[in-house]
Design a protein around this ligand. Structure first.
Ligand code: IMP
Ligand code: MG
Length: 184
């Protein structure tokens, strides 16, 4: 498919499934080399990273575990303001090498909160593996160790990424087609 329509907006193909698979393979190879013997715990951030996590883990061949986490954001009291809660860390992560699997690092706010929480829980070493990275939007200083594909500051959907809930099932990655969208 070269074009898709989601919630009435037009998207055109940007990164093919074949390109994605190649880039995921490259990340897996680096991880297999770097983390051999560390028995790392992969924590995939739901919902967006589900496809990347599945494809990555099929190519990771070192002794390792995987589990799934979610960052839930809710309104606390007037004194606590907005509260972020990390759900799903059921393993004892004290002293472990943890790799956070993300769909996309944009401003970096999400990953910064997750890494801070995992540090509090006692992880010895925390690395980030992201499918997509938008360096033009990134405002943090945390290093992103493993990036499959660097992308410009465009809105993307597919392969786990959504536009208001739609598009996560697409095998390729699409970009909002501003021009076609204006012509409607
Ligand atoms: P950050 O906290 O700004 O790094 O944004 C991270 C989250 O924003 C991701 O996990 C996505 O859920 C969402 N996001 C950022 N950019 C895009 C995009 O281009 N398409 C879909 N979701 C995005
Ligand atoms: Mg996400």
């Amino acid at each position: 498919m070269s074009n898709v329509v989601l919630h009435g907006h037009k998207f055109r193909i940007k990164i093919s499934a074949a390109e994605i698979q190649k880039a995921v393979g490259d990340v897996a190879r680096q991880i297999n080399t770097d983390l051999k013997g560390k028995k790392p715990l992969f924590l995939a951030v739901l919902n967006g990273s589900f496809m990347f996590a599945a494809d990555l883990m099929k190519k990771v061949n070192i002794e390792s575990e995987i589990s799934f986490i979610k960052l839930a954001s809710y309104n606390g009291t007037s004194s606590t303001g907005k509260v972020n809660e990390l759900i799903g860390v059921n393993e004892d992560i004290k002293g472990r090498t943890v790799i956070v699997i993300e769909d996309i690092v944009d401003t970096g706010t999400t990953i910064e909160v997750i890494v801070a929480k995992l540090k509090e829980m006692g992880a010895a070493e925390i690395k980030i593996a992201t499918l997509l990275f938008k360096p033009e939007a990134y405002t943090k200083s945390l290093p992103i160790e493993y990036t499959a594909i660097v992308v410009p500051n465009d809105f993307l959907v597919g392969y786990g990424l959504d536009y208001n809930g739609l598009g996560r099932n697409l095998a390729d990655i699409y970009v909002l087609d501003y021009v076609a969208d204006q012509k409607k």
